[in-house]
Design a protein. Structure first.
Length: 362
């Protein structure tokens, strides 16, 4: 089969649809549940007697006679949770009536990854004795969650942002026949090295170097280390054009930084953050990109500090995917750096197109 490409007539036909769908009513209330996997085995050789996975769902699961379903798996980034996909810039654009993931048509699954949100994590009590999970562990746990707990035997789409985008590549390689389509956003299909690993190592070093860290057995959070970690996370997620246009004086810059610290620090746990950042250590889908079977659209933003376009890794990687296409959103006053992945209005046309060309004949 030739490489997957969006037909030009279809792209043109989508333009008026997108222009007419700038905002939608918020989705219905999400259903919440927990699933516990007994004696979960991690790739590190460690085990957890009961691995808890928390999940939000929108809509109702429908399975067609041919085995296809309306289930869409959406995967969050480092430090996030499934709840982040209920924010207006994502939910109001994608879930409402007539929207790309209209929840009256699709069953949207928003899990919290291992170590995140309401799922099992170091801060539950084990601290540094918690198993050292990686992206493969997270994907395996997600697979068991949706098949054993939610009863989903096939996915209409897997999509994810940042870490979730990287896990989308892992999904495509480890379960190639399990989905109709794949859409990774704000990521690269290659091992994390270079500057990307450097800033992550700086986050870990800042936490471990804080005297209050105490090997993870702290009584009070190592605030100095966490402040440095937040500094680095803010730079990694920065949007240069947007910030230049909105942070227009020393006072606005300083005030913005103070506000970010005040909002973020109280919600951080040093053990959780360290594990979250280190979970990327084994990630490397590059050698097996050719095993991905489902059509895949990879979307990045040109102002992404974490995945800089000048490396041209995405363009090289997509040639290894049988039915792949890469889209680079130009940097502008509307893009949000790495966080462009959550501003769905900037890439929903690509999602609509992918869903259209992978629609099964019913």
């Amino acid at each position: 089969m030739p490489p997957f490409r969006l037909p030009r007539p279809l792209a043109a036909a989508l333009v008026p649809i997108l222009a007419a769908s700038c905002a939608f009513a918020p989705p219905a209330r999400a259903a919440e549940s927990d699933f516990v996997i007994p004696n979960f085995a991690f790739r590190s050789g460690e085990h957890l007697a009961g691995l808890r996975l928390h999940v939000l769902t929108l809509g109702r699961l429908v399975t067609a006679p041919d085995g296809g379903t309306n289930a869409v798996l959406v995967l969050h980034g480092t430090g996030g949770s499934g709840r982040q996909f209920l924010v207006p810039q994502f939910a109001d654009v994608l879930y409402g009536p007539g929207a790309p993931l209209d929840t009256t048509r699709y069953f949207v699954i928003l899990p919290d990854g291992i170590g995140h949100g309401g799922s099992s994590k170091p801060s539950d009590g084990l601290r540094m004795k918690f198993p050292h999970y990686d992206y493969d562990d997270m994907v395996e746990a997600q697979y068991r969650l949706i098949t054993e707990h939610l009863g989903v035997k096939h996915l209409r789409l897997v999509m994810g942002t940042s870490m979730g985008g990287m896990q989308t590549f892992v999904w495509g390689e480890t379960h190639p026949d399990f989905m109709d389509a794949l859409m990774p956003l704000a990521c690269l299909p290659v091992a994390i090295t270079g500057r990307n690993r450097l800033w992550r190592s700086m986050v870990v070093d800042a936490i471990r170097s804080d005297p209050a860290w105490k090997g993870g057995d702290y009584r009070a959070e190592p605030t100095a280390g966490l402040r440095t970690a937040v500094d680095l996370l803010l730079i990694a997620g920065s949007a240069p054009i947007l910030m230049q246009n909105t942070l227009t004086s020393r006072d606005t810059v300083d005030g913005w930084l103070e506000t970010q610290m005040r909002r973020r620090l109280p919600h951080l746990d040093a053990n959780d953050l360290l594990y979250q950042v280190e979970a990327s250590r084994n990630y490397d889908p590059w050698p097996k990109l050719g095993t991905i079977e489902a059509p895949l659209v990879h979307v990045n933003s040109a102002d992404d500090f974490i995945n800089p376009p000048e490396l041209r890794i995405a363009e090289k990687g997509i040639t290894r995917v049988k039915h792949g296409r890469f889209v680079l959103i130009p940097a502008s006053a509307e893009t949000h750096g790495h966080g462009t992945h959550t501003w769905a209005a900037l890439w929903k046309d690509q999602l609509l197109a992918l869903l259209a060309v992978t629609e099964r004949a019913r």
